[in-house]
Ligand binder design. Structure first.
Ligand SMILES: [Zn+2]
Length: 328
């Protein structure tokens, strides 16, 4: 979930950013050189290395960026490290080279058919982990950069785990060097998890390899029906011989409502909060439309009740948007 990637659609493109050291390499902003380089589209272009080099040599990407200057880019963060120096340099770079706008402003312009400032960038933070409050909020506040944080309300209310954090923790803390893991393909095919076997023998390797494995499993597990997902994670923890603490440790802890309120009070022009469902399911993998509606509506109501202000933005996850459109 933390790979740098570009998702394009309409007037906006979304680029995942790293503010977190525990999950592999981070994106380093380069020396400011407007029009500057925030997208990684060139890495994904289906062209040969020779053509790619020629394309770069003759300024192809500069031209592409220039043509896109009226698009908005959304930078999507998840987690942040204690060492805020990377985030500091990213914020300096954004301030120097981009027009940083809020999601509220972006949605207003898009819905009214207005024109965005050139080189517009909006910042979002998914899931609402506490490390945002501890390490990132002071930096965004220092640079006056508006951020929209999408909250998952059940882990905040119950101090319980987000499902994909359980997977990450289990891989990173397993005492094993190799494990026979429950088979994802059989769960995907059967839509059930009565019998998760036969196991896939997996070498766990270094911390970095374990983090990559967790990421791969989390990505594939998005395809599982929600009824199967939690049982599958139970089986995964058993196979990895890991017992999770009842409450997530600080590294995985969620924001508290008090922290959310204090940021809203202290820096109303910096932070804005949006809904990100109650328990972070993949909505198109839920059993019914009623469940999907409940996940979305209850998270919005919960945040509005705590903050006493309307929630204007929602962030939802779906594997197949066509299913979702039929449901909501
Ligand atoms: Zn999320």
């Amino acid at each position: 979930m933390d790979r740098n990637k570009v998702i394009e659609g309409g007037l906006t493109r979304i680029l995942e950013m790293h503010g977190d050291q525990r999950r592999g390499p981070k994106r380093q902003p380069e020396k400011p050189e407007p029009p500057c380089r925030l997208d990684s589209k060139e890495e994904e272009m289906p062209i040969s290395p020779i053509l790619r080099t020629a394309f770069h040599h003759f300024g192809g990407m500069q031209a592409v960026r220039w043509l896109r200057r009226r698009d908005a880019t959304i930078l999507m963060y998840h987690n942040f490290s204690r060492d805020a120096s990377i985030l500091e340099s990213q914020c300096r770079y954004l301030r120097q080279s981009y027009h940083v706008i809020s999601m509220a402003y972006l949605s207003k312009v898009l819905s009214s058919g207005g024109v965005l400032p050139e080189w517009s960038v909006a910042i979002t933070v998914d899931d609402g982990h506490r490390n945002f409050y501890e390490y990132a909020f002071p930096v965004f506040a220092k640079y006056g950069i508006p951020v929209t944080i999408y909250l998952v309300t059940k882990p905040m209310d119950e101090r319980c785990w987000l499902w994909f954090d359980r997977v990450a923790y289990a891989f990173l803390h397993s005492p094993l060097r190799a494990a026979a893991l429950p088979s994802l393909s059989s769960s995907e095919q059967s839509g059930q998890n009565q019998n998760a076997g036969p196991g896939e023998n997996v070498s766990l390797g270094s911390r970095e390899q374990r983090a990559q494995l967790a990421e791969q499993y989390n990505e594939r597990m998005k395809m599982l029906p929600t009824t199967v997902l939690h049982k599958f994670i139970d089986d995964l923890e058993l196979s990895l011989k890991v017992r999770l603490p009842q409450e997530p440790p600080n590294e995985y802890a969620m924001l508290t409502w008090e922290e959310v309120k204090s940021m809203t009070r202290d820096a109303p022009n910096v932070v804005e909060f949006g809904g990100h469902t109650v328990s972070h399911p993949i909505l198109s993998r839920l059993e019914s439309a009623a469940q999907a509606q409940k996940e979305v509506a209850e998270s919005k109501q919960r945040i509005e009740a705590e903050l006493d202000r309307p929630v204007l933005h929602l962030l939802i996850l779906m594997v197949d948007p066509r299913i979702l459109h039929r449901r909501l």
